[in-house]
Ligand binder design. Sequence first.
Ligand code: KG4
Ligand code: ZN
Length: 334
Amino acid sequence: MADFFSLGIETSCDETSASVVCNGRKILSNVVSSSLKEHSKYGGVVPEIACRAQLETISIVVEKAIKDAGINKSELNLIAVTYGPGLVGALLIGISFAKGLSISLNVPLIGVNHLQAHLYGNFFQRIKPEFPYLGLVISGGHTNLVWMKSFVNCKILGETTDDAVGETFDKVARILGLGYPGGPVIEKKAAQAHGDKINFYKSSDSESLNFSFSGLKTAVLYYVKKNPAPVSAVAKRFQSAVGDILILRTRNAIHITKAKQLVLGGGVSVNSYLRKRFADMAREEKVKLFLPDVRLCLDNGAMVAGLGYQLFLKGYTSGIDLSAVPDLEISKVR
Ligand code: KG4
Ligand code: ZN
């Protein structure tokens, strides 16, 4: 069979990314441009800034992805694009661009769920997950435990009742005066802490599959108001408490589903401390753990191109009426 080239476009938040993937598994190019630094002084993503950056870079990023892949535009077989969840304006820029390409090249268009795409980041590995599996998406806007039966059949088992994990990293970084994005800087600070043992939070031994992070965030806020502890020590305790919450709920889900495989995805899964916690827990629970390559944890076009290909194989395509769905749930395909 001839090779099938899918182009993936991702513009759901502050990254503009495009990638060409061959047969859903081989990444030929993956170009990522980020407006991250421009948001830093505001302590979070400013939608207007993100959208302007998307508009300015989208055509350059797509052209480069096609060039880096060493193919000609006319060889593309499918245009895949994230259609939600995300910032509506940012999503629409990617969707409009994808539609234009699909029409001008006369190739099919497919809208892809960003959260499912994060889990697809694991399918580029030599050994890939087998359905059904337990998925955990930990990103800036979402915290979802899901039972994945196939690329098109997914059931939500648990979600956050307040803030998402990545959002909590970002808010705590703001409390600690560390800027945006919070994840990388908190991880770095935590690694610098030695000896300072502080404790300001006790996680509950809940049997629930739902997550809650706002209590932890508030505990950090009150602790630093009253105690002159080193930032590194607070960051370390915070990060370990995030690990406790994530591991407890995921362990509950493993017991309930009797899952044999656990698949992680989303920006927070790049965190090496959390990766180690999950590796330890997976060993104890005798489940096979899949972690995306660190280059595929944050938002990227490859995961969109790859999942788009799989959906296309299952007979899915999108019409020219494809629109952004900012609050799209992980369980929805189309
Ligand atoms: O998946 P992603 O790129 O965007 C969304 O889909 O939301 O995730 C971004 C989130 C941000 O909240 C950021 O703080 C977090 O991922 N993040 C991290 C790390 N690097 C990025 N969280 C913890 N540790 C990190 N090293
Ligand atoms: Zn994401």
